[in-house]
Ligand binder design. Structure first.
Ligand SMILES: NC(=O)c1ccc[n+]([C@@H]2O[C@H](COP(=O)([O-])OP(=O)(O)OC[C@H]3O[C@@H](n4cnc5c(N)ncnc54)[C@H](OP(=O)(O)O)[C@@H]3O)[C@@H](O)[C@H]2O)c1
Length: 239
């Protein structure tokens, strides 16, 4: 059984999530940043790829006190679990997410993570190391559900991670902020990673909500359930 998987991203009008130099993703309005906290507050965990944690120096926290209190009133922890994924185990113990205090951090990685680094990280987070060259996503998500009670999570980047989730059908809903900005650049990443990497099959979504706030357009998309030759029952959300 896996959690329900949402994604929350900002894209430019030309479909980029960052520039070709992978500069931090700070191109949306303060209203959009506030919405980020609201979406985080709806989930049991936040998931990001190693590239995004290092580039965006994220804390993966909910800074709004009212949102934290509302979660507590609902019988939840004040903030969601923070989950970082890396195949190669390139985890930097000086990342902001390891500053204390804060909600627990879970690292999903493989036995490629060096032994020395494991000893340094052990007091800072929960390490889940899979004995395979890459993290088996289905097993990792099932583990999050069974060991941490994660029924829903939100992936906040980056494109490489979202591309891998989409390729394996682990994507149920997308919250997208379309900013009236152009980055250009053939090599700049999109929602599903770098140009040239195709998904094995197209994924189709319905628009649940479309809203204009200031100069930005907010889209809430929900995956269409299709069980045909381009899909499989494994993609079903079992929540
Ligand atoms: N506009 C937005 O909303 C938004 C959101 C997030 C990020 N960004 C931008 O995107 C850029 C970073 O993009 P990115 O694509 O490099 O970031 P990313 O997906 O966060 O990081 C890629 C790395 O994450 C790990 N990873 C990804 N998928 C994995 C999987 N299925 N299993 C195990 N590990 C996995 C791998 O780490 P290892 O190499 O260590 O194995 C991979 O090299 C930054 O410029 C950031 O600002 C924009």
């Amino acid at each position: 059984m896996r959690p329900k998987i949402h994604a929350h991203f900002a894209i430019t009008a030309d479909g980029k999530i960052s520039t070709k130099n992978l500069t931090p993703s700070q191109f949306t309005s303060p209203a959009d940043k506030a919405r980020l906290g609201e979406i985080r507050a709806q989930h049991d965990a936040i998931l990001v790829g190693r590239g995004t944690v290092s580039t965006d120096t994220m804390s993966m926290r909910i800074t709004n006190k009212k949102l934290r209190e509302a979660r507590t009133a609902r019988g939840l922890s004040p903030e969601p679990l923070r989950v970082v994924i890396s195949n190669a185990g390139k985890i930097n113990p000086s990342w902001k997410i390891f500053e204390q205090p804060g909600p627990p951090v879970v690292i999903l990685s493989t036995t490629r993570l060096p032994q020395k680094l494991r000893a340094i990280l052990a007091p800072l987070c929960d390490l889940h190391l899979f004995e395979s060259p890459s993290v088996p996503l289905h097993a990792a998500f099932s583990m999050l559900r069974s060991e941490y009670g994660v029924k829903s999570l939100v992936c906040e980047g980056g494109g490489v991670l979202l591309g891998s989730l989409a390729a394996e059908g682990f994507l149920d809903e997308i919250h997208l902020t379309v900013a009236p900005t152009l980055f250009g650049g053939a090599g700049a990443p999109t929602l599903t990673g770098f140009p040239g990497h195709f998904l094995p099959n197209p994924l189709e979504f319905r628009i649940l909500k479309m809203q204009k706030i200031g100069d930005e357009c907010l889209l809430h998309l929900k995956r269409k359930r299709i069980y045909g030759k381009f899909d499989s029952p494994r993609n079903e959300t079992l929540v």
